[in-house]
Design a protein around this ligand. Structure first.
Ligand SMILES: Cc1ncc(C[n+]2csc(CCOP(=O)(O)OP(=O)(O)O)c2C)c(N)n1
Ligand SMILES: CC(=O)[C@@H](O)[C@H](O)COP(=O)(O)O
Ligand SMILES: [Mg+2]
Length: 623
C-alpha cells in the first residue's frame, strides 16, 4: 500500500518491481475514486490511463523529458506522481488545483492544454527546439483516439513524417471520445487492433528467420504482400513513423517494454495503446454515453451523481434541444451538427428522434462550420451546436465560408460566459468580440426560456447566418410549443424596467437579477434605474439608443464577456459614429485570462457581482 498523499516526485517508481507498480496503480485508482467523488472531475479518462502514466514515469525522466497531454483532462495520475495529491481536495475549485496541466503548478507540466488535438504540434515544436539546441531529451505526446479526430493532429503528423524528428506519440485508444468515437480514420485503429495476432506472428517469424539469409529474402517479398493483404498499408507506416502496437494499456510489463523500445528509435514513433475508459470503476466502465467523462460529486458506492437540480429548471442546452426538436417537426430543413459534444450539449433526445439529422463530426469545429455551409447551399438550414470556447477554432470558416456567402446557418453557442471548473481554456467570453465584426451576421442572446424559443424561431426566418448564445447553467422550464413561438423584430431590444436616473443594459439570464437590483435602488434610495434587454448584440437597437441619448443619463453596460470588443464597445462605437455624447460605463471581463472557480467567485474577483454593479450605479448617479 502506498500513501498517495506522501508522493513528492516520480523518481521512486524507478526502483519498483512490476508487482509493486501494480499495487501503486491500484492505490492511485482508489485515491482517484475517493477524491473525485468529493470534488467531481474527469473521472473516466483518468481511470483509463493510470498504468500508462505510471509506466511513462518509470521509463522517462520528467521534467528533463517532456510529456504533452492532449486535452489534458487525463492528467490526474501525472499530477499525483509529481507531488500534487495533497491538493486534490481543491481540484477545479477557486484558487485550487487546475483540472488541466499547468506550468506554474509544476516543472513536470511542460505544456498547457484544455482544447483537443494540439499535443502533436507542440511536441514537434519541442523536438525541433531540442535538435536545434543540440540537446538530448525525449518528447512524448499522449493523444486520445477522440482527439485524433481533430484536423490539427493530422497536420502535425504529416509534418513530422516529413521532418523525421525523433519523438514519441502515444495513441490512447479507448474507442471513445466523450461518448462513442466517430470517423472513418477511427477504423484504421480497428484494422490495427484486429491484426494484433498478425503482428505477433510477424515477430515470431522474424525471430526464426534471423539466421537464414536466403529464406529471409524470399519471406520478405511474401511478407510485404501478406502485410498489404492483411492490414493494408497502415497510415502511420506510410507517414514515416515506426508503429508499435497495439499494446494492452493496462499491462505494465508490455507498456514498459514498448516505451523502452521507443526510446531507442531514431525517428518518430507511434505507440498504439489500448485502454478501457473508466477502468476499475464499473459505472464508468459501462458508460457509453459519456456521463462519467466529466461529473460533479458522486456517491462512489451507488454511482449516483449528486446533481442538485431544481425540478422546475433544466439546462440551457436541454432547452435548446427541446426547441430544436419542435422546430424540426415543422421544418425539414433543420439538421443539427455537433463537434463531439452530444452529451455536453444535451442532444441525446434529438439523436433518438432524428438519428439521421443529428450529425456528430468528431472534434472538428472547423469542418462542422464549413460543412454546415455546404448543407445550406443545398437548401438546408443547419444548426451548429458549438461551445463558445471551441468556436474560436472556426473563426475563418465563419467569415470565409458562411457569412461572406450569406448562408443560412444557425450557430448555437453553448457555454457562453464564465463556465466554472474548467477555467481558463474553456471560458465562453470571446465569441462576442470574435463575431461582432463579421458582416451579414445576426447575433442574439435570450434572457429566458420563452425568449429562447422566440429567438430560435426568428433565427429560422432570417436570411443569412445567425448566432444564438446561451450559458452553461439552468433555466426555468417552459413547454415548447411551435404554435406559440413568435417572431422578434431583428435588432429590437426590450425595456424591462423604465428609469430616469440611469439604465443598465445587458443580455441573458442575469437581466432578471438586474430588474430586482434596480427595484432595490428605487426603494432604498429613491433612484429610478431602468433595465434594458439587449437581446440582439448585432444589430444594435439604434432607435432605442438614440432615445436613451436624449435622456442624458448614464448607461451601465454589463456583460459576462470580454469587455474589449463587446456590447459596451459596440454602443460606444455607435455613439461615436453618430456624434452623440453619452456617459457609457462598460462592465465586463478585463484583459486577462480567467481562472477556474464557481461563477459567483469569479464574478466577485473581477468586481462584476451584483454588489459591484450596485456600487457603480450609486457612484455614477451621485457624481
Ligand atoms: C477543440 C475541442 N473540442 C472539444 C473538446 C471537448 N472534449 C474534451 S475531451 C473530448 C474527448 C476526447 O477524447 P479522447 O481524446 O479520446 O480522450 P478520452 O476522453 O477518450 O480519454 C472532447 C470532445 C475539447 N476539449 N477541445
Ligand atoms: C475537457 C473538456 O473539454 C470537456 O470535457 C469539458 O470539460 C466539458 O465541459 P462541460 O462540463 O461544460 O460539458
Ligand atoms: Mg478516447
Amino acid at each position: 500500500m502506498y500513501d498517495i498523499n506522501k508522493i513528492t516526485d516520480p523518481s521512486f517508481i524507478k526502483n519498483l518491481s512490476i508487482q509493486e507498480m501494480q499495487v501503486l496503480c491500484d492505490d492511485v485508482r482508489t485515491f482517484l475514486i475517493d477524491s473525485l467523488s468529493q470534488t467531481g472531475g474527469h473521472v473516466s479518462s483518468n481511470l483509463g490511463v493510470v498504468e500508462l502514466t505510471v509506466a511513462m514515469h518509470k521509463v522517462f525522466n520528467t521534467p528533463e523529458d517532456k510529456f504533452i497531454w492532449d486535452v489534458g483532462h487525463q492528467v490526474y495520475t501525472h499530477k499525483i506522481l509529481t507531488g500534487r495529491a495533497q491538493r486534490f481536495n481543491t481540484l477545479r475549485q477557486y484558487k485550487g488545483l487546475s483540472g488541466f496541466p499547468k506550468r506554474e503548478e509544476s516543472p513536470h507540466d511542460c505544456w498547457e492544454t484544455g482544447h483537443a488535438s494540439t499535443s502533436i504540434s507542440a511536441a514537434v515544436g519541442m523536438a525541433y527546439a531540442r535538435d536545434l539546441k543540440k540537446e538530448n531529451y525525449h518528447v512524448v505526446a499522449v493523444i486520445g483516439d477522440g482527439s485524433l479526430t481533430g484536423g490539427m493532429a493530422y497536420e502535425a503528423l504529416n509534418h513530422i513524417g516529413h521532418t523525421n524528428r525523433r519523438l514519441i506519440v502515444i495513441i490512447n485508444d479507448n474507442e471513445m471520445s466523450i461518448s462513442q468515437n466517430v470517423g472513418a480514420l477511427h477504423n484504421i485503429f480497428g484494422n490495427l487492433r484486429t491484426n494484433a495476432s498478425y503482428l505477433k506472428t510477424k515477430h515470431r517469424v522474424k525471430r526464426l528467420l534471423k539466421n537464414s539469409v536466403v529464406l529471409k529474402r524470399l519471406m520478405s517479398r511474401a511478407k510485404v504482400r501478406v502485410k498489404r493483404f492483411v492490414i493494408g498499408e497502415s497510415l502511420f507506416d506510410a507517414m514515416g513513423f515506426k508503429y508499435l502496437g497495439p499494446i494492452d494499456g493496462h499491462n505494465l510489463e508490455e507498456l514498459i517494454k514498448n516505451l523502452n523500445v521507443a526510446k531507442t528509435v531514431d525517428k518518430p514513433v507511434i505507440i498504439h495503446v489500448k485502454t478501457k475508459k473508466g477502468k476499475g470503476y464499473t459505472y464508468a466502465e459501462q458508460d457509453k454515453q459519456g456521463i462519467w467523462h466529466g461529473v460533479g460529486k458522486f456517491n462512489k458506492e451507488t454511482g449516483s451523481i449528486c446533481a442538485v437540480r431544481d425540478q422546475e429548471r433544466i439546462s440551457w442546452s436541454q432547452h435548446i434541444c427541446n426547441i430544436l426538436i419542435e422546430l424540426s417537426k415543422h421544418d425539414s430543413r433543420v439538421a443539427v451538427i455537433t463537434p463531439a459534444m452530444i452529451n455536453g450539449s444535451a442532444l441525446n433526445d434529438y439523436q433518438k428522434l432524428y438519428p439521421d439529422r443529428l450529425i456528430d463530426v468528431g472534434i472538428a469545429e472547423e469542418h462542422a462550420v464549413t460543412m454546415a455551409g455546404g448543407m445550406a447551399t443545398q437548401g438546408m438550414k443547419p444548426f451548429v451546436s458549438i461551445y463558445s470556447t471551441f468556436f474560436k477554432r472556426a473563426f475563418d470558416q465563419v467569415h470565409h465560408d458562411i457569412a461572406r456567402q450569406k448562408l443560412n446557418v444557425v450557430f448555437g453557442v453553448d457555454r457562453a460566459g464564465i463556465v466554472g471548473a474548467d477555467g481558463e481554456t474553456h471560458q465562453g467570453i470571446y465569441d462576442i468580440p470574435m463575431l461582432r465584426p463579421v458582416p451579414n451576421l445576426v447575433m442574439m442572446m435570450p434572457k429566458d426560456a420563452k425568449e429562447a424559443g422566440d429567438l430560435m424561431y426568428t433565427a429560422y426566418q432570417i436570411e443569412g447566418p445567425v448566432v444564438i448564445r446561451y450559458p452553461r447553467g439552468e433555466v426555468l422550464k417552459v413547454d415548447v410549443n411551435y404554435e406559440s413561438l413568435q417572431c422578434v423584430r431583428v435588432g429590437s431590444w426590450s425595456t424591462l424596467k423604465a428609469g430616469g436616473d440611469a439604465y443598465i443594459i445587458s443580455m441573458g439570464p442575469i437581466l432578471d437579477e438586474f430588474v430586482g437590483l434596480a427595484q432595490q435602488l428605487d426603494d432604498e434610495l429613491g433612484m429610478k434605474v431602468g433595465v434594458i434587454n439587449a437581446r440582439f448584440i448585432k444589430p444594435l437597437d439604434t432607435k432605442l439608443l438614440d432615445e436613451l441619448a436624449l435622456k442624458k443619463v448614464p448607461l451601465i453596460v454589463y456583460e459576462e464577456s470580454a469587455v474589449i470588443g463587446g456590447l459596451g464597445t459596440a454602443i460606444l462605437e455607435y455613439y461615436n459614429q453618430t456624434k452623440q455624447e453619452v456617459d457609457v460605463r462598460r462592465l465586463g471581463i478585463p484583459d486577462l485570462y480567467v481562472q477556474h472557480g464557481s461563477v459567483k467567485e469569479i464574478l466577485e474577483e473581477l468586481h462584476l457581482s451584483l454588489q459591484d454593479v450596485k456600487q457603480e450605479i450609486k457612484q455614477v448617479i451621485n457624481k
